[in-house]
Every structure is written in C-alpha cells, then in structure tokens.
Design a protein around this ligand. Structure first.
Ligand code: 4GN
Length: 251
C-alpha cells in the first residue's frame, strides 16, 4: 500500500511512524508513506499557507495555491490516487472504512488541514472523499490522519505478527472485545477465571464469546443490532438476559 500525506507538521508523522508496528510495516515494505511539507509548495519568502477569510470572522483559512501545488506535484508521477481530507464534516471513520481503505488499489493521499479550514474550491475540485474520526474538533488533521494510517496499516497482510489475531478480532464482527488475562493466576486477591486455565479450547471460545456479548449489551447495545450474530450468539444473549433477571429478582 502507498500513502502520501500533506501537512505543515511532518515531524508529528515521523515520530509516530518510527515506532513499533508502523516502523516494522515500513521496513518490511508492506506500506510506503511519503510525508510532504506544505510549506515547500509556497512561493513567498515567509512560506505563507494561510490567509484571512473572505466575509470576515475569526481565524484563518488555508490558501488554495500551496495545496493545489502540493497535490499536483504528488500526482505528477501518474500514480492513480484517492485524495482524502480529514475534517469533522466527513463521513465517520469505522472499522468498516478501515477495511475498505486497506483493500484500496489506489495510493491514498491524506490532506491535513489546520486553522478554520481549507479554501472550499480545493475541496470541490481536488478532494475525492472527506473522513471524520469522530464528532469532535481538533487543531489539525494530523492526528486523524495518523489514526487512519494506523487502523489501515495493521490490516495489511504481514503487518501484525499473528494473522489470526486480526480475523478473530471481535470488532471485525461488530461487537466489543472479551476480557484478557495474563500471569500471575492470582494478583492482589483477584483470580483469573478458571475456564481460561482449563485448556479446554471449546469452553474458552464459548466463555470469551459470551463475555464479549455481555460487555456489548451493557456498554454498546447499539452495536448488537448491527452485528452479524450467529444462532449460538442469540442463545448466549438469552442466557445473559436470564442471568440478569435472576440477579435482579434475588437482589
Ligand atoms: C478532523 C480535523 C477533527 C477532525 C480536525 C475529525 C482540523 N478536527 N473529527 N481539525 O476527524 C478545519 C480544517 C478543522 C482542518 C480541521
């Protein structure tokens, strides 16, 4: 996969991408990431990337010229490119969108805005898609771009150590993850659930599935409605509901 980024803060990307899974994926050439500094595409001596908004109001707007120069420069190699802008006005980024982007054949070009926004004419003419990582406002598109890069790269074959850890991941089923435990078997009086020490893989899988459903019902019932659930899942949900009813009656 090939990703390009336009930002006025390239160092933010270098810091994060030089650690852990991202660094390994880059070294293994699973992904290639080119970070472009928007200021390199300015033509005045102050390297100006912003200007006052027409119509007045607070803050500054990103000038069209440097952005268009940067986008055209990147695209000048002729590689088919999907240009995405990070903005609270975009479509919501979910695991499904991460999966969709990880299967993308085109190079991804992520545009990180700053200030109050970018000139609307850039969005109209050069941006293919707009993505938001959630309903909140940040000072720039850099963190959203890194969130997207991280979520997409870890889905690429070979990026994460164990291939199965991705396929079994509960979020890819649309529900929350089950609880995890490691040594010691008892810590500060708290025991690891017996079943996890039993070596009974069938029972362990069932327990985990039930705990995942339990958490999802309690914390994110909205996900249950959309999730792809099996016959067995519905049986587990009935069990959970019966256990809860019993609990309320007894207490
Ligand atoms: C994206 C960008 C939040 C998101 C951003 C998000 C920078 N904040 N929710 N801030 O994905 C106007 C132009 C604000 C750039 C943008």
């Amino acid at each position: 996969m090939h990703i390009a980024v336009i930002t006025i803060f390239p160092e933010i990307f270098k810091a994060y991408l030089n650690e852990s899974i991202m660094k390994k994926a880059l070294n293994k050439e699973i992904v290639k990431i080119d970070i472009h500094n928007l200021r390199d595409f300015t033509s005045d001596k102050h390297k100006t990337v912003d200007d006052y908004p027409y119509g007045g109001g607070p803050g500054m707007v990103m000038k069209p010229e440097p952005l268009s120069n940067a986008i055209r420069h990147i695209k000048s190699d002729g590689i088919d490119t999907l240009t995405i802008m990070l903005t609270p006005q975009g479509r919501l980024f979910t695991q499904k969108v991460a999966e969709e982007l990880s299967a993308e054949k085109r190079r991804l070009l992520l545009i990180c805005g700053r200030y109050e926004g970018i000139d609307e004419r850039i969005r109209e003419t050069l941006v293919d898609d707009e993505i938001s990582i959630g309903d909140y406002v940040l000072t720039g598109g850099e963190l959203p771009a890194l969130v997207i890069i991280d979520a997409v790269v870890r889905l690429l074959p070979g990026a994460v150590g164990d291939e199965n850890s991705l396929r079994e991941e509960s979020f890819s089923w649309g529900i929350l993850d089950y609880p995890h435990y490691t040594r010691p078997p008892e810590w500060q009086g708290l025991k690891v659930p017996e079943v996890l020490l039993s070596g009974n893989h069938k029972q362990i899988a069932l327990w985990r599935r039930k705990e995942a459903l339990k958490r999802t019902l309690k914390r994110r019932p909205d996900l249950i409605e959309k999730a792809r659930l099996s016959e067995e899942d519905y049986k587990l949900i009935s069990e959970i509901k019966e256990e809860n009813d019993g609990f309320h009656k007894r207490n």
